[in-house]
Ligand binder design. Structure first.
Ligand code: M6R
Length: 586
């Protein structure tokens, strides 16, 4: 998704903005640009491709001045190209803006502006905003008021950064898109993502949806977009450091984040779940929502709740239908970024209907924490690789702790607290085997992941990891479903991962493994059951672990395998094609 950043102070804006944009490259983008206001007005450098490529051709640092804005674009309206890259300006080049989000009424506004004689240079929805602001400030005596009035006309989602020729200020606004303000010493910043600012400041001011602010070197003034009333907003001190967002000697962030999982688990297991447990105790109806990997964590929690005899249903957030939701209901929302638009939209709807909300996230002050009654931070530190790895383990750790604290299951809590050491052991002992497996498997093109019971969410996550990062075909089924259709796809050179821990599902998993072998599929058995391991063409031997904790452990070698295969296939594991770290559009 798009990333935005802005700076006002005494330093060279282009340098700080470029470095900040590099920190949020992981969000995924296809073009980028920077605008700086100097002595001769606003100058812009932008282009298609990665920051490094654009910089090599055009040299961002040629932009002189101490006020500026920057953008990484993930194309929505119009193809990725220099013309459509942000910043966008009005006709005279006196207003420059960067935008993350989608303006839903842009065609209507564009038609109106065309009738007034405005000529459009790009295919973007964003250009409309630059022209609207330009017209509005030319009619208004007060610059803030002129910008606010233009913003009032926008429908949809936006985080905006704006500079105006001759005005020593930055203007920002947010609605349904992430935006924080950073406070430095005699300098101010804004960004779509805390990570962009960590090198410069830890003091962040959290804007609410519907806020508009003007920033100068000394601070900021915040207003409501709706009525122009000035408001105060909370300032927080983030605990993340710039170093946490570095590779620290690893070839890729994905590898670093996989290897860091023992520490990530320890941090997550220290989360305070007291308030969430009381809400869970008093809830009538429980819905668990999330997207992608976070949804698979939701499935694990649903399973644990059912095991305790508590009714719970998990939903993919974009499919969550809250028509039955009322004030007796409790929603548990899981989101690493805390900014996923599908999850946020479902939560806002449920909140309006009176539901109570628990959120489990990794990002302090993120949008979903603002609608929550209780927020639990998984505390695993910044996750830069686009693929969720340590955040998945962090989510699971918190969800297990929640479940076992709710049922006062001391024995399982004790087992759970062994997870950091055990994951460390799996990382050490399985690395070589996983590397060898990746040599074999990289020759294949089709992968199935099957399991039963609580192993099934792990199979789903295994398939998601592999397809996201290698672009190979990978899908997952409950093992029992194979024979109801997907088995027709099995033949030689199709790989089937069987997640088959010793326990209540092993006998039936044995049957499914035989069915796959009979169709000549290459079965990779992941298990601690010697009898089942013997049936695999390839094997991933796992330590014996409590059956309910299988997802926490079995996913680790599958994450490593996806990473090694991606590297062998020369794919970028940190920024896979078409994907974004935080998906801020519905
Ligand atoms: O930030 P969130 O946890 O809400 O993100 C949800 C999904 O977009 C995310 O898990 C996605 O599926 C990742 N690419 C998984 O690796």
């Amino acid at each position: 998704m798009c990333g935005i950043i802005g700076y006002i102070g005494k330093k060279k804006a282009s340098e700080l903005i470029l470095s900040g944009l590099k920190k949020i490259e992981y969000r995924g983008y296809d073009s980028a640009g920077i605008a700086v206001m100097g002595k001769d007005g606003i100058k812009i450098i932008k282009g298609e491709g990665k920051l490094r490529e654009i910089d090599e051709k055009k040299n961002f640092l040629a932009l002189e001045g101490d006020i500026g804005i920057g953008h990484t674009r993930w194309a929505t309206h119009g193809p990725p190209c220099e013309r459509n890259a942000h910043p966008h300006t009005d006709a005279k080049g006196e207003v420059a803006i960067v935008h993350n989000g989608i303006i839903e009424n842009f065609s209507k506004l564009k038609d109106e502006l065309i009738q007034q004689g405005v000529k459009f240079e790009t295919d973007t929805d964003t250009e409309v905003i630059a022209h609207l602001i330009s017209k509005s400030i030319s009619k208004s005596k007060d610059i803030e008021e002129g910008i606010r009035e233009a913003i009032l006309r926008l429908e949809g989602a936006y985080a905006l950064g704006i500079i105006v020729k001759g005005v020593r200020k930055l203007f920002v606004a947010r609605k349904n898109a992430p935006l924080v303000i950073g406070r430095g010493e005699g300098e101010m910043f804004f960004a779509s993502d805390i990570t962009a600012l960590l090198e410069y400041t830890k003091k962040m001011i959290l804007l609410e949806d519907g806020d508009f602010a003007s920033l100068d070197e000394g601070g900021c003034t915040i207003y409501r977009i709706g009525d122009g009333q000035s408001v105060r907003r909370e300032q927080i001190e983030v605990t993340w450091t710039a170093q946490m967002a570095q590779k620290e000697g690893h070839a890729h962030f994905m590898l670093k984040e996989i290897m860091q999982q023992p520490q990530a688990l320890s941090a997550a297991l220290s989360a305070d779940v007291k308030d969430a447990v009381s809400l869970l105790k008093n809830s009538e109806n429980l819905a668990i929502i999330g997207c992608g990997t976070s949804y698979y964590a939701a499935l694990v929690f649903e399973y644990l709740m059912h095991k305790q005899g508590k009714g719970a249903s998990s939903y993919i957030a974009s499919e969550f239908n809250s028509w039955k939701i009322g004030n007796e209901d409790l929603i548990v929302a899981i989101s690493q970024s805390g900014e996923t638009a599908d999850t946020l939209a479902a939560l806002k709807d449920a909140k309006n209907k009176g539901a109570k909300i628990i959120v489990i996230t990794n990002v302090m002050g993120s949008s979903i924490t603002r609608v929550a009654d209780v927020s639990i931070m998984i505390g695993v530190g910044p996750e830069i690789g686009v693929l969720a790895t340590k955040s998945f383990l962090g989510q699971l750790a918190v969800l297990y702790k929640l479940a076992y604290t709710l049922s006062s299951n001391e024995k399982m809590l004790e087992k759970l607290f062994e997870a950091p050491a055990k994951v460390g052991e799996i990382l050490r002992t399985s690395k070589e085997n996983v590397q060898n497996l990746s040599d074999e498997l990289v020759k294949l093109r089709d992968f199935f992941f099957i399991s039963r019971g609580i192993g099934y969410p792990c199979a789903l996550e295994g398939a998601l990891k592999l397809k996201e990062v290698t672009y190979l075909h990978a899908e997952s089924y409950p093992a029992g479903e194979l024979k109801h259709g997907p088995i027709s796809l099995l033949e030689e050179n199709v790989a089937v991962f069987a997640i088959a821990p010793l326990g209540s599902t092993s006998a039936k998993m044995g049957g499914s493994i035989q069915e796959c072998k009979a169709r000549n599929a290459k079965v990779i058995v992941m298990s601690d059951d010697e009898a089942l391991l013997k049936e695999g063409a390839l094997t991933l031997r796992m330590p014996s672990v409590p059956e309910e904790l299988v997802p926490l452990y079995y996913i680790v070698p599958l994450q490593m395998l996806s990473y090694f295969m991606a590297v062998k296939m020369q794919k970028d594991p940190d920024q896979p094609r078409n994907l974004a770290k935080s998906v801020t559009v519905e």
